[in-house]
Design a protein around this ligand. Structure first.
Ligand code: ATP
Length: 221
């Protein structure tokens, strides 16, 4: 009999564009947290921020190119396909639960900056009934309850576990912080460099750089 599949990691984002910070987050999460694989879900219409600079199909294609040579990463196009609806993580996790069943562990990956804003997310408390949360910390992005909204600090204190093995033992409900290599790169800085006509080589996979050049995305103003 084959073994039950291990935890599935989920990484949502605007990916405008996808960069090495996102890819290392996914790659290191697999090793540190014992995940089977990570599914990247580009947002169609991110509800918490300015509209993305690149159209959703371009952002999706860049993520596809970025993960094409990595068998441990894959891409979910459902939020981009539902482009007229706001992209809510809770809705995507409910959809994954419908296809994967209730027992497989799901692990929502978040940078610490994203986690600190969690209490503003649509139906955020429901996330804990659908997935674990694994929060990537870096020296510049540590997790302290003092920096959290009171209701988030309360959930964090009740749910936090320091041993990642818990992620494989239950389907959802825990919060596990984990350290990753600090890569101080953001899509905002990448877009700014491209618009200024500066090089972003080595910050993005070469196939993504080519795609941006071919499609004249983020062109200098
Ligand atoms: P922007 O600068 O446009 O806000 P971003 O680079 O932060 O974008 P998002 O698509 O908003 O990228 O982020 C998706 C997820 O990746 C979030 O959970 C975020 O915390 C995480 N993330 C982004 N950049 C890094 C990085 N350099 N290292 C680790 N995690 C990151």
């Amino acid at each position: 009999m084959s073994e039950a599949p291990g935890p599935l990691g989920v990484l949502g984002g605007t990916f405008d564009p996808v960069h090495v910070g996102h890819l290392r987050l996914a790659e290191e999460a697999i090793d540190r947290l014992g995940l089977d694989r990570v599914r990247l879900i580009p947002a169609g219409q991110p509800p918490h921020r300015h509209p993305p600079r690149a159209a959703a199909p371009h952002r999706l294609e860049m993520v596809r190119l970025a993960v094409a040579d990595n068998p441990r990463l894959d891409v979910d196009d459902a939020e981009v396909a539902a482009a007229d609806a706001p992209s809510y993580t809770v809705v995507s996790l409910q959809r994954l639960r419908r296809t994967l069943g209730t027992t497989r562990p799901l692990v929502l990956l978040l940078g610490a900056d994203a986690f600190l804003g969690l209490a503003t997310w649509h139906r955020w408390r429901e996330l804990f009934g659908l997935a674990h949360l694994a929060v990537a910390t870096r020296p510049s992005h540590v997790l302290e309850t003092a920096a959290m909204a009171a209701e988030l600090a309360e959930e964090f204190s009740a749910r936090v576990r320091r041993d990642a093995r818990v992620l494989g033992e239950e389907p959802c409900g825990r919060i596990v912080p984990f350290g990753i290599t600090a890569l101080d790169v953001s899509a905002t800085a990448v877009r700014a460099a491209l618009m200024a006509g500066d090089s972003v080589r080595y910050l993005l996979p070469p196939a993504v750089l080519d795609y941006i050049a071919r499609n004249h995305l983020y062109s200098p103003a």
